[in-house]
Write a protein that binds this ligand. Structure first.
Ligand code: UDP
Ligand code: MG
Length: 319
């Protein structure tokens, strides 16, 4: 088979319930378009029936390729594995496996690609998640935009159409703690947003734990901004400034009016406050050291257990 024009990649972690819906909608989409399309499904170490369903499908329908990871590596690494496996010569369409990102938007995205955009990213006009999550996302994207050294677009996630040349660059980026939407922006070329309404999950529960969500946010902040380090310097500078002014006031008061100033509570407060600032600063340095530590190990980003490409099962020997 010739290489397809477009690859659609979707990571799946325990998605037995949404799987049949996903396949129905993707198959329908492929049938309706004249483009040659492959679907790359990545099993992120699911513990339920997902892998079995994927295997059955890929052995039956050659448009579906599967990559099975050795264990749960997390959404970003599953997508990374998908990007590496995608063979689409023109572009790669990245969606979630729970149909929150409607695959039917592919023709709209593709049109913009044909107009010369290398990256078409989806911008959420409305979210249907709960209030806490919505507010969290809202604040996070605004914070990130204000501190990041790349112009990461607001309210856009991984849902996007990425041209082959940008995917090739992303595949060469070896960073271990991945924040794909930031990496995608960093690559550059012509990029544009496409507004859409984010649907609810078709079935099942969110597979992102709060810990994973926080990790993702941390990766965005620490990998795409110098703010934390600058914050430490500024906090230190401000503290010294305040201390100096206070010191001068105290001396002047003492010279003019005499007497020793009382202030045990104030002293305690200041000590606790600045111990806190120091610990946070140490934590920030620790965060960078941790990142260097993990990166310096040079481990592979993910391990592939098995692949099914065009109905053939492959077991990679050397990763
Ligand atoms: N996912 C994954 N590995 C994980 C967590 C999630 O591959 O460790 C997949 C999941 O199956 C889904 C997509 O990533 O297709 C987005 O996850 P989810 O819908 O749980 O996140 P949310 O939309 O709630 O942020
Ligand atoms: Mg989801």
């Amino acid at each position: 088979m010739e290489k397809p024009q477009i690859s659609i990649i979707a990571p799946l972690y325990n998605e037995t319930e949404s799987f049949p819906h996903l396949v129905t909608r993707l198959s329908k989409l492929m049938d309706s378009l004249s483009l040659s399309i492959e679907v790359v499904l990545v099993d992120d170490g699911s513990r339920d029936n997902t892998a079995t369903l994927m295997r059955q499908l890929a052995l039956l329908d050659r448009r579906y390729h599967c990559v099975f990871l050795s264990r749960n590596h997390g959404h970003q690494l599953a997508l990374t594995a998908g990007l590496a496996a995608a063979r689409g010569t023109e572009a790669v369409f990245v969606i979630d496996g729970d149909l929150q990102d409607p695959p039917e938007l592919l023709p709209d995205f593709y049109k913009l690609y044909q107009e010369g955009y290398d990256v078409v990213y989806a911008v959420r006009r409305k979210r249907k998640e709960n209030f806490v999550k919505r507010t969290g996302y809202y604040l996070f994207y605004r914070l990130l935009k204000s501190i990041s050294y790349v112009e990461i677009p607001l309210d856009s996630g991984d849902f996007s159409l990425i041209s082959r040349r940008v995917v090739d660059v992303m595949n060469q980026m070896p960073e271990e703690s991945r924040f794909l939407r930031g990496m995608r922006t960093w690559v550059g070329f012509k990029q544009t947003g496409f507004e859409y309404e984010r649907s609810e999950r078709i079935a099942g529960e969110s597979k992102y734990s709060f810990k994973q969500l926080f990790n993702l946010a941390y990766n965005g902040i620490f990998n795409f901004s110098e703010f934390p380090i600058k914050f430490m310097t500024r906090a230190g500078g401000t503290a010294i400034g305040i201390a100096l002014v206070y010191f001068i006031i105290v001396i002047v008061k003492k010279l003019l009016f005499g007497g020793v100033i009382q202030g045990f509570t104030a002293l305690l407060f200041v000590i606790i406050l600045f111990s806190g600032v120091q610990l946070i600063s140490l934590g920030i340095i620790g965060e960078y050291v941790l990142r260097i530590f993990f990166q310096s190990k040079g481990r592979p980003l993910y391990i592939i257990k098995e692949k099914i490409v065009e109905g053939k099962v492959e077991q990679p020997q050397n990763q």
